[in-house]
Design a binder for this molecule. Structure first.
Ligand code: TYD
Ligand code: MG
Length: 434
């Protein structure tokens, strides 16, 4: 067997040029596979107990579903500079309090990692081992030798498998390294965290290309102008992919935001027109957010339509619904909408809040600062029900809000908060006094 080192194409005879990817002289003779094992009867397979190892970083554990599972591979992806190495070092340091942890860096020297550890005020420990290495065989050897109970590989794109001369960062190389490391994770019964860069050149040899090989795939997201970092799972063999972890990048590394509602709704002074508080739900957790809108007259033939943290198509649809059902003329207005604090949200339950913010700005009438707004908006101008209304309202009550505009037809009883059920957009605007 011959295999292309660039794309993984297999051929029974040697070829000068790979017919799949076009690379010259990339085919090398592949090792014969080990003897095959017979299948097992399902009934005979013992049930394995999964014991999660919490990282003690509660927001990270929440996304994992409770902690790291020994024998699993966890991919942590994100754009360069988002904070992957910072998070990985913080986690490694916490895990090293109990058992040896190996942090393998192909990008930074031990000296650079030491500097970062100083910044992060990571306690000196003999159990956090740093290794600068690219060679996959050497990496595997050191994982076995050090008997590390958890491993970080920063990044998977800098790991070179045996005979890997096709260059760093090809899909084949990244896939091969991931595959071998996941086998080792299983054999050693340890969790291995793989860091993967989302590259500018597209996602060809990036984390996307190895998602199918890992047990858990997490991404760190964050706006360029924001220090908020969201950790989100796109794949989780051991839990839900709905939970998010909320962090803030500070001088001392990533700090958990334990009370996101408070964090995302901090407003001071009188509330200006265009601002409204909406209870959204991420996974199982309700989070209050502030939606801001700016609607301003323009003479341009092509008024601006911009949305940050919200789906622009959804905003455009809501603008059309406002024009049709509230009779507001918005075609001569520039429209900007965003979620304060750098969160990105995709929930139709935000619709009524978006409409309220837009109308509030357009009419230059502020919305009462103690009121929250929630509801999906239909094309006919009707306000529709949302899931988890009770959780949303409880969160609003917890934060001290006193009034909520909600879809009609919901049976929620909550003493702490005055409920204003509305069936249509017009009723909602009336309830809000805008
Ligand atoms: P880093 O973890 O190196 O990103 P990645 O591994 O994803 O490429 O972090 C990058 C940025 O974070 C860098 O611009 C500096 C900043 N940073 C802080 O603000 N505080 C800190 O404590 C650390 C370590 C980094
Ligand atoms: Mg890094």
């Amino acid at each position: 067997m011959y295999r292309c080192q660039n794309c993984g194409y297999a051929s029974i005879k040697w070829l000068g040029r790979c017919p799949q990817c076009g690379q010259w002289e990339s085919l090398v003779e592949a090792q014969r596979d080990t003897p095959s094992t017979p299948p097992q009867a399902l009934a005979q397979i013992p049930l394995e107990e999964t014991v999660r190892r919490p990282t003690q970083l509660a927001e990270f554990d929440r996304v994992l579903g409770g902690g790291l599972i020994p024998g699993s591979v966890i991919l942590v992806g994100g754009e360069p500079g988002i904070g992957k190495s910072t998070l990985a070092l913080q986690i490694a340091a916490r895990l090293a309090q109990d058992a040896p942890v190996l942090y393998i860096s192909g990008e930074e020297s031990p000296g650079q990692i030491k500097l970062r550890a100083e910044r992060l005020k990571i306690a000196e420990t003999e159990q956090l081992l740093i290794l600068h290495e690219h060679d996959l065989e050497a990496i595997c050897e050191q994982i076995r030798q050090t008997n590390a109970r958890a491993v970080v590989v920063d990044s998977i794109q800098t790991v070179i498998p045996a005979g890997g001369s096709a260059g760093l960062g090809t899909t084949y190389q990244v896939g091969q390294a991931t595959f071998e490391l996941s086998q080792l994770a299983r054999a050693q019964k340890i969790p291995i965290l793989l860091i993967g860069h989302i590259t500018k050149a597209g996602e060809f040899a990036g984390p996307k290309a190895i998602e199918h090989l890992v047990d858990v795939a997490l991404y760190i997201e964050g706006g360029r102008d924001s220090d908020v970092r969201i950790v989100r799972a796109v794949k989780n063999r051991f839990g839900s992919t709905e939970e998010i972890g909320v962090f803030q990048m500070t001088e001392g590394g990533l700090v958990e935001i334990a009370n996101p509602s408070q964090f995302f709704t901090e407003r001071s002074g009188p509330v200006p027109p265009g601002s409204v508080i909406v209870p959204t739900v991420e996974g199982t957790r309700p989070i209050l957010v502030e939606i801001q809108a700016l609607v301003a007259f323009t003479r341009s033939t092509f008024p601006q339509r911009r949305a940050t943290g919200l789906d622009l198509n959804r905003v455009a649809l809501l603008v059309a619904v406002i024009e049709k059902h509230l009779g507001a003329q918005l075609s001569t207005e520039d429209i900007y909408v965003n979620v304060a604090g750098g969160l990105a949200l995709r929930e139709t339950a935000l619709d009524l809040g978006i409409v309220a913010a837009l109308v509030s700005s357009f009419k230059e009438k502020p919305i009462d600062s103690q009121t929250v707004v929630v509801g999906e908006v239909g094309l006919l101008g009707e306000v529709r029900r949302v899931r988890k209304l009770r959780e949303r309202l409880s969160e609003a009550a917890r934060l001290g809000y006193t009034r909520a505009v909600i879809p009609a037809g919901e049976r929620v009883e909550l003493r702490e908060i005055e409920l204003c059920p509305v069936g249509t957009l017009a009723q909602a605007m009336e309830a809000l006094g805008i």
